[in-house]
Design a protein around this ligand. Structure first.
Ligand SMILES: CC(C)c1onc(-c2c(Cl)cccc2Cl)c1COc1ccc(-c2ccc3[nH]c(C(=O)O)cc3c2)cc1
Length: 232
C-alpha cells in the first residue's frame, strides 16, 4: 500500500531528531578518549566520565520527547533508570558505526576492551555493536529508536504503562513508515530494527554483572551513575 508520512508525523520526527542532534557528549569530553594513558584504571575512569556525560545528555534528550514531561514523575524516573544502559549501548554503537574516521572508534573499543570487563561480556557487547553497524541507520532511525527504547512501557516500577504506550506507539508507527520509505528493497528492515531492541534487553543482564564485578574490585562510580544504576 502507498506509505506516506503525515505532516504531524514529520513534525514529531523533526522534534525527536533535533533533540537527538542537539544533545551530544561535549567534544572536549569525547576528545579525552584520545589521551594517551591506557591502563585499566585510566580506561575505567574515562569510560565512567563518558557514561556520566552520556546520562546527562540522555536526560536532556528525554525531556524533549513530546509528552514525556506530562507522565507521572515516578514513571519518568523509572523509564530513565530502566532504559539508561540500553540507550547508552545504542549511542556508543553509533560511534562505532560512524563512517567519519573521527578517531574515537578505535580508542573507544580499546578502552572498553581494557577496562576490567570480563571476556564473557565482550562477545555479546561487540556482536551488538557489529549488528547495529550492519543496519547503516540514518539519524532519524537512530533518534526514533532511542526514543522508542526510552518509552518502553514494561520497565520495572512503571505504574501507568498505558500512558507510556500512548507515547511509544506513534513513534513506532513513524519509524515503521520511515523504514518502508528508506529501505524499499528490504521489507524486513523495520523488524530487524525491533530485533535490536530485543538484543539490547539481553545486554542489560550482562551489564548488571559487569557492574557487580567492577564493584567487587572496588571500582567507584559517579553519584549520577550510582543514582541511575542503584549502586553504592
Ligand atoms: C561506568 C562506565 C565504566 C561504564 O559502565 N558501563 C558502560 C557501558 C559500556 Cl562499557 C558499553 C555500553 C553501555 C555502557 Cl553503559 C560504561 C561506559 O559507558 C559509555 C561509554 C562511552 C559512551 C559514549 C557515548 C557517546 C560518545 N560519542 C563519542 C564521540 O566520539 O563523539 C564517544 C562516545 C562515547 C557512552 C557510555
Amino acid at each position: 500500500e502507498k506509505v506516506e508520512i503525515t505532516k504531524a508525523q514529520r513534525a514529531l520526527m523533526k522534534v525527536i531528531v533535533d533533540a537527538y542532534n542537539r544533545h551530544k557528549i561535549p567534544q572536549d569530553v569525547a576528545k579525552k578518549l584520545l589521551q594517551d594513558q591506557y591502563s585499566a584504571e585510566e580506561n575505567f575512569l574515562l569510560l565512567t566520565e563518558m557514561a556520566t556525560s552520556q546520562v546527562q545528555v540522555l536526560v536532556e534528550f528525554t525531556k524533549n520527547i513530546p509528552g514525556f514531561l506530562s507522565l507521572n514523575h515516578e514513571d519518568q524516573i523509572a523509564l530513565l533508570k530502566g532504559s539508561a544502559v540500553e540507550a547508552m549501548f545504542l549511542r556508543s554503537a553509533q560511534v562505532f558505526s560512524q563512517k567519519m574516521p573521527n578517531g574515537h572508534t578505535e580508542v573507544l573499543e580499546e578502552r572498553i576492551r581494557k577496562s576490567g570487563i570480563s571476556e564473557e561480556f565482550m562477545t555479546p557487547m561487540f556482536n551488538f555493536y557489529k549488528s547495529i553497524g550492519e543496519l547503516h541507520m540514518i539519524e532519524e532511525e537512530q533518534a526514533l529508536l532511542t526514543a522508542i527504547t526510552i518509552l518502553t512501557p514494561d520497565r520495572p516500577f512503571v505504574k501507568d504503562q498505558q500512558a507510556v504506550e500512548r507515547l511509544q506507539e506513534p513513534m513506532l508507527e513513524v519509524l515503521r513508515k520511515l523504514c518502508v520509505l528508506q529501505h524499499p528493497q528490504e521489507p524486513q528492515y523495520f523488524a530487524r530494527l525491533l530485533g535490536r531492541l530485543t538484543e539490547l534487553r539481553t545486554l542489560n543482564h550482562y551489564h548488571a554483572e559487569m557492574l557487580t564485578s567492577w564493584r567487587m574490585n572496588d571500582h567507584k562510580f559517579t553519584p549520577l551513575l550510582c543514582e541511575i544504576w542503584d549502586v553504592q
